[in-house]
Design a protein around this ligand. Structure first.
Ligand code: MRU
Length: 358
């Protein structure tokens, strides 16, 4: 997708072979900066400190992290260490474990001396596959948006999304945003309500930024506004991404997603989850088994942004003595999900329907 009119992806191998380049998402939208990952520790830190984030991108970065690790130590022990180091970075998005399993299986079957080169080729393949999956999710979601847009008789289709399941959360296209970009390309008029997504404001910082760069009409809303807008008939459809989907269709996504799904159900607004098959965890029967990342209190008690001086600053928004809880994700029960849009088609959120993917 575009930044300042230039086509970009979120991660790419450095042309001089020094490592892997990423867009630093802790600096967006105020600064557009790339960071070079040179080794395993750089890759692990980039995921842990959320320079890259979003389930599919975390997975691809982990695969590149293994490739970087192979440059230093391509032995079985080196491979095991790389997988374990990366696995421990963030607990909820299953794409991380999925990507580590894929590249681990692939490399463990070949002689050590071939692993260095092959690991990069494989990571690149996963990155390309991610783009293709998201594009297909876009096409499958477009069919849904087309139907909904017909009822709007030329007026913009009003879409609500939470967090950033955009191209910045993947290698390109995004999951929840892919149908939005495909609809835009198809000339369907649309308008997106972007939840700010406290505490880290991925909606305000990232989704609003990328939609703006793509010229998609949108409004930023506070996290608590969605229910009100739905009650007043101002939202035609909700679409979100996912970090892990259980076998029964319970979908784990950024904290606050569940409340949007409840409001959508109450107001008769369709609620779709868009995710690649790599986001499914068929080993988990139901969503309550998904590990939920608990993040630091500072993210809640403080906020960051660009000051009038142009400096990026962090300010305290809570009393100094106030403690905070900060679960990073919640689980939307399958009964609240109208359908799961994958690269293989749109599926009902229930164990029987999803068996086709497992
Ligand atoms: O904590 P984050 O920013 O990694 O959380 C991201 C989300 O919850 C996304 O909605 C999800 O990963 C889907 S990304 C296509």
């Amino acid at each position: 997708m575009l930044i300042a009119g230039e086509k970009r992806t979120t991660i790419w191998p450095d042309a001089e072979g020094k490592g892997v380049l990423i867009l630093d998402q802790t600096r967006l939208p105020h600064r557009i900066e790339t960071v070079l990952l040179r080794d395993l520790d750089d890759a692990a830190r980039a995921i842990k400190d959320m320079l890259v984030r979003g389930a599919p991108l975390i997975g691809v970065t982990a695969a590149y992290g293994v490739a970087l690790a192979m440059r230093a130590d391509a032995s079985d022990a080196g491979l095991a260490k790389a997988r374990e180091t990366l696995r421990q970075t963030r607990p909820t998005a299953v794409n991380l474990a999925w990507a580590l399993e894929q590249i681990g299986q692939f490399l463990s079957q070949m002689p050590e001396e071939l692993r260095r080169e092959a690991a990069f080729t494989f990571a690149k393949h996963l990155a390309e596959k991610d783009i293709a999956c998201n594009s297909a999710i876009g096409d499958n979601g477009l069919a849904i948006f087309r139907d909904l847009a017909r009822k709007r008789e030329g007026k913009p289709l009003r879409i609500l999304t939470h967090c950033n399941a955009g191209w910045l959360a993947t290698v390109d296209w995004g999951t929840a945003t892919a149908p939005i970009y495909k609809a835009q390309q198809a000339g369907i008029p649309l308008h997106v309500f972007v939840d700010e997504t406290r505490p880290r404001n991925q909606g305000a910082f990232l989704t609003a930024f990328e939609l703006g760069q793509q010229g998609v009409s949108h409004d930023l809303i506070v996290d608590n506004a969605g229910g009100h807008l739905m009650q007043h008939g101002e939202v035609d459809v909700c679409i979100v991404g996912a970090d892990r989907i259980a076998a029964n269709g319970d979908a784990c996504n950024k904290i606050g997603t569940y409340l949007k799904a409840l409001a959508a159900k109450d107001c008769g607004v369709p609620f779709y989850v868009a995710a690649p098959v790599s986001t499914f965890d068929f080993a988990l029967e139901k969503g309550s088994l998904i590990p939920i990342e608990e993040r630091v209190q500072d993210e809640v008690t403080h906020m960051s942004g660009e000051a009038a001086s142009g400096d990026i600053v962090t300010v305290r928004v809570a009393p100094k003595t106030t403690s905070a809880r900060n679960p990073g994700f919640d689980v939307t029960p399958a009964r609240l999900v109208s359908g799961i849009i994958t690269e293989k088609g749109v599926f009902a959120a229930n164990t029987d329907a999803l068996k086709a993917l497992g």
